[in-house]
Design a protein around this ligand. Sequence first.
Ligand code: PMP
Length: 384
Amino acid sequence: MSAIPQNLPLRNDLIGEEPYGAPQLDVPVCLNVNENPYQPDPAVCEAIARRVRDIAPTLNRYPDREHIELRQAFSDYLARESNTRLDVDELWGANGSNEIMLQLFQAFGGPGRTALGADPTYSMYPEYARDTFTGWQLAHRKADFTLDIEALIEQIHAVGPSMVLLTSPNNPTGTPLPMDEIERVLEVCETAEVAGANAGVHPIVVIDEAYVEFRKSGTESAVSLIKAHPNLAVSRTMSKAFAFAGARVGYLAASKGIIDCVRIVRMPYHLSAVTQAAALAAFEHTDEQLSRVEHLRETREATAAWLETQTYKGEPLDVAESGSNFLLFGGHFDKRDEIFDELLKRGVLIRVVGPAGWLRVCMGTDEEMARFREALTQVLRIVE
Ligand code: PMP
């Protein structure tokens, strides 16, 4: 518990709250926050250093508030990665997709408004809601963690949310979100009414694609739906597949109308010149940055197959289908905290997250995964 002095006028609804975040521990094998385990190669590090050196003499000035060059780089990247060419004014960057999400809540949430998600999902969403005084409600997923689309649609009509927030693939379950379901939700939201708003005001649909580059090959990104759906906002990040979590760069792809709403709430000069330079350098080396994605996908498939051969208390482990760089596994771990602790004792940090009985592990290097398998094999034998 952090000791916040009682005489400080902390907002009433924040009293007793803790800062959110996974433990940052110094252990040999960190498989807990869904990073890309591969470091940028030396050519990328050199390009970053060069770009940052080039802009260093301009740091007495504020950066380009509109980060036009970077938005062009997002456009070029999506044209290649998602086969969709968007204009600069259909793109927007921020300090991680966490900030993109917060900006969406600031612009489209607020007192009297509700955002609707699908449980279980990313644990930061209720925090953005709390911080922007937005109501937060959850539709329930099916037992296999896919959306219960009919129940979700019913809830959209019953609640009248201003934002419907779906994660594709989902975190912490990894569940892919099929495009036809996204299209169904978009169509419903094009006519559904937002409670408390003027007639004719309809919800936006936010698709959080933080892990989308890890999707199964042959499937699409929701970015391809943007030109046809002005109520769609797709949040993306350089933190995961792009191996750039430390730089804090996320971006939003959406209609110009949605981007213009977000621009109202952004802090002036929110994206530093250093961040912009580093991101541009990384985009110069997109091939290198993405070079391990295919291997991480293979690691996921191999790890899922291996986990399915393991047993706990005589029962095979369940593994949720994943289109991401992590796996939710177990399903019937009645002592998941103990399993987590025993793995940690063996130098392997994973995550206690998601519904009771499950644990989440993110894909590491081959060596890290070998250590994970070895540690879990031991732990499953001793935790009873
Ligand atoms: N969305 C999801 C679903 C995530 O899991 C994360 C990171 N854990 C984020 C958004 C935020 O990532 P970042 O701010 O690094 O882009």
